[in-house]
Ligand binder design. Structure first.
Ligand code: HPA
Length: 248
């Protein structure tokens, strides 16, 4: 079964035929909300709003471990994360959709592993390719089938938030090789790998990163919200062919 973790701008899926909601308790505390089970185009999916259904949980306070654990406990194998990002690379303008292939983690003070001493002992996962290649390919194919352009590959920089970055910080991220910046990609991706889930992201560029393009003097939050609403509608279109493929 495919799980969809909805990010900012995607707290619910209008094309999801809801069958039930389930509160899942985990050894790590409460997930962001009840899991919503249902069907898209006749295929079973489970949906979770990362920031809560009322968008009340900021990126640094999301209980990533509880969310990932809850999905795994429900028999999910594939997890598609939807993430709003700022575009750093020049072709990542607001409205662009990207399926990133790499991550740099700048977050701190987040519970980022299931392998603590009290849990499962010392363990190191391979994270050379942080995203599941099979699900990435399925997302790209589904986008093509939906007639939506999605760029193949890019480096996602995960920042701590909740504030946006300074222009100098974005320059630094670019020097590091980052193409886009968001606040929720980590530790979510690493936790999914630790627990054996196939995890990929569709990143939705909702603004130029600080100091770039139209954000040279600041980020226009109203424009960001409008772009997000429009682009998330396009993401919903991609989900239908995705759940009908093996990716679902
Ligand atoms: N920076 C960090 N996170 C974001 C941004 C950004 O510019 N836009 C959307 N999420």
């Amino acid at each position: 079964m495919l799980a969809i973790i909805g990010g900012s701008g995607l707290a619910q899926l209008s094309n999801l035929e809801v069958s039930r909601r389930q509160v899942v308790r985990t050894p790590y505390g409460e997930p962001s909300g009840a899991l919503t089970f249902g069907k898209i185009a006749g295929h079973a999916v489970v949906f979770l709003a990362r920031h809560g259904y009322g968008h009340t949980i900021p990126p640094h306070e999301v209980n990533y471990r509880a969310n990932v654990w809850a999905l795994h406990a429900q028999g999910v194998q594939n997890v598609l994360a939807i993430a709003a990002v700022g575009g750093i690379r020049h072709d990542l303008a607001p409205g662009a959709l990207v399926v990133p292939d790499q991550i740099i983690d700048y977050t701190h003070d987040r519970a980022g592993t299931f392998f603590t001493l009290t849990d499962r002992g010392v363990h190191h996962i391979d994270f050379t390719l942080p995203y599941c290649q099979t699900l990435r390919a399925a997302c790209l194919k589904a986008a093509q089938q939906a007639g939506e352009k999605a760029l193949d590959g890019g480096v996602y920089a995960a920042t701590q938030g909740p504030r946006l970055e300074s222009a100098a910080e974005i320059n630094r991220l670019e020097r590091d090789g980052a193409d886009m910046v968001g606040m929720t990609g980590m530790p979510e991706a690493a936790l999914a790998r630790e627990i054996g889930l196939c995890y990929a992201t569709i990143a939705v560029v909702v603004n130029y990163a600080a100091g770039r393009g139209s954000s040279r003097q600041g980020i226009d939050m109203h424009a960001l919200a409008a772009v997000s609403q429009q682009a998330m509608g396009r993401v919903r279109l991609i989900l239908e062919p995705l759940v009908m493929s093996d990716g679902g």
